[in-house]
Design a protein around this ligand. Structure first.
Ligand code: FES
Ligand code: FES
Length: 161
């Protein structure tokens, strides 16, 4: 069995150092060691997007990434977007527009939306549909999820002034 290794990375803006087995998957590191239970485990095969996090700003299925590859990277999770008492703008948009039913896909959708709006602050409907199609919502709330993304773009526009 290979020796544990130490990695350093930024998690939601805080530097962390973790000693891990070389075969540790990012999803497990985030949930089991870092308390990021908003990173949902579902298919664990890179298909559903429930575990989406941002690595150096890009949306990634954390169930398909070995944690050792994070060394030196910046990781963002839904917990870094705001808290129950102080929702971030994308979270607020989902709450306002009813962009969730059971909520299991929501953290992944929020992270996907965050990445989309950084890259395309004014997405049209086609672009929104194409981005959110990478993540599965079993409650089939795609219309309200699209509305939430549009509202998040509006809120971001208001913030920019
Ligand atoms: S749990 Fe990672 S993509 Fe489904
Ligand atoms: S709200 Fe239930 S899976 Fe999307």
């Amino acid at each position: 069995m290979s020796e544990p290794i130490t990695i350093e990375f930024d998690l939601d803006g805080e530097r962390r150092s973790e000693r891990i087995a070389p075969n540790t998957v990012l999803l497990d590191l985030l949930r089991d060691r870092c308390g990021r239970l908003g990173v949902k485990a579902s298919c664990e095969r890179g298909v559903c997007g429930a575990c989406t996090t941002l690595i150096d700003g890009a949306p990634v299925a954390s169930c398909g990434v070995f944690a050792f590859s994070l060394d030196g990277a910046s990781v963002e999770t839904v917990e870094g977007q705001g808290s129950a008492d102080d929702l971030g703008p994308v979270q607020r948009a989902f709450a306002e527009c009813g962009g969730f039913q059971c909520g299991y896909c929501t953290p992944g959708m929020v992270m996907l939306t965050t990445a989309l709006l950084r890259e395309h602050p004014e997405p049209d409907d086609e672009l929104i549909r194409s981005w959110i199609s990478s993540n599965v919502c079993r409650c089939t709330g795609y219309q309200m999820i699209s509305d939430s993304v549009r509202r998040a773009a509006e809120l971001a526009r208001e913030e920019r002034g």
